[in-house]
Design a protein around this ligand. Structure first.
Ligand SMILES: Nc1ncnc2c1ncn2[C@@H]1O[C@H](COP(=O)(O)OP(=O)(O)OP(=O)(O)O)[C@@H](O)[C@H]1O
Ligand SMILES: O=c1ccn([C@@H]2O[C@H](COP(=O)(O)O)[C@@H](O)[C@H]2O)c(=O)[nH]1
Ligand SMILES: [Mg+2]
Length: 224
């Protein structure tokens, strides 16, 4: 758990008690989920959106890695193993991390607009977050073939130091994506809340698609 000054560290739930107790602050947020397969370019495009649209970027994977490395975390070893195996960490942990980060940002008055990157990756997360935290406005979905994603991830793995940027973990992450995460995208799509962006081209060209998606959703750039 990030050391938020007003928040206690993440603790194990008591029997029959939910892990997260959403406050009201996060309910005021505008949330855009950012999904796409591993290595599709989510983080790269989120940086552009933060710069031009004034959103806060919350990567569920980054929050989990920070919790994994936090001294004294009771979830560190569990998170490490789930990430290497390309599995989805139990949703209570991830939802709590996201909610804490959102509440912290809102309380510091940083922004109420959040890009939640790499989440929800499983139906239980989607349902829990939208019921207990806030309903997302829409999902930005980066579409890219597995072979392209594999190439990008292996290249990134030359320098990233990520435990899951290797052939074996990548194959597992792809399987999890197809089996667990695509049903979430399909579910939002049925609700008319997915905007697909072609992620095959250069980062600059992909960003043109992102801007078109934001325009379609009525979200304006900063200072407009
Ligand atoms: N349009 C693009 N063309 C080529 N390479 C790209 C493009 N977008 C991103 N990359 C590169 O591909 C790699 C993966 O990108 P990024 O980290 O943004 O993906 P991601 O979807 O966040 O991945 P993950 O799911 O693993 O978090 C990075 O090395 C990045 O520099
Ligand atoms: O909601 C989530 C998001 C991520 N994970 C785990 O983290 C890794 C890495 O995520 P990136 O988005 O690629 O940084 C992912 O493969 C999962 O193991 C998760 O469990 N739940
Ligand atoms: Mg990423």
């Amino acid at each position: 758990m990030p050391p938020l000054k007003d928040k206690p560290a993440l603790q194990a739930p008591k029997r029959n008690q939910p892990l997260f107790t959403p406050g009201t602050a996060a309910k005021q947020a505008l949330v855009v989920f950012v999904l796409g397969g591993p290595g599709a370019g989510k983080g790269t495009q989120c940086a552009n959106i933060v710069r031009d649209y004034g959103f806060q970027h919350l990567s569920a994977g980054d929050l989990l890695r920070a919790e994994q490395d936090r001294e004294g975390s009771e979830f560190g070893d569990m998170i490490k193993s789930y990430i290497k195996e390309g599995q989805i960490v139990p949703m209570e942990v991830t939802v709590q991390l996201l909610e804490n980060a959102m509440t912290g940002a809102i309380e510091k008055d940083e922004s109420r607009k959040f890009l939640i990157d790499g989440f929800p990756r499983k139906m239980d997360q989607a349902v829990a977050f939208e019921e207990k935290v806030v309903k997302s406005r829409f999902t930005l979905f980066f579409d890219l073939a597995e072979e392209d994603m594999r190439k990008r991830l292996l290249k990134r793995g030359e320098t990233s130091g990520r435990s899951d940027d290797n052939e074996e973990s990548i194959t597992k992450r792809f399987r999890t994506f197809v089996e667990m995460s695509m049903p979430v995208v399909e579910w939002f799509k049925k609700d008319g809340r997915v905007v697909k962006v072609d992620a095959r081209k250069s980062p600059e060209e992909v960003y043109e698609g992102v801007k078109a998606a934001f325009e379609k959703e009525g979200i304006e750039m900063k200072g407009k």
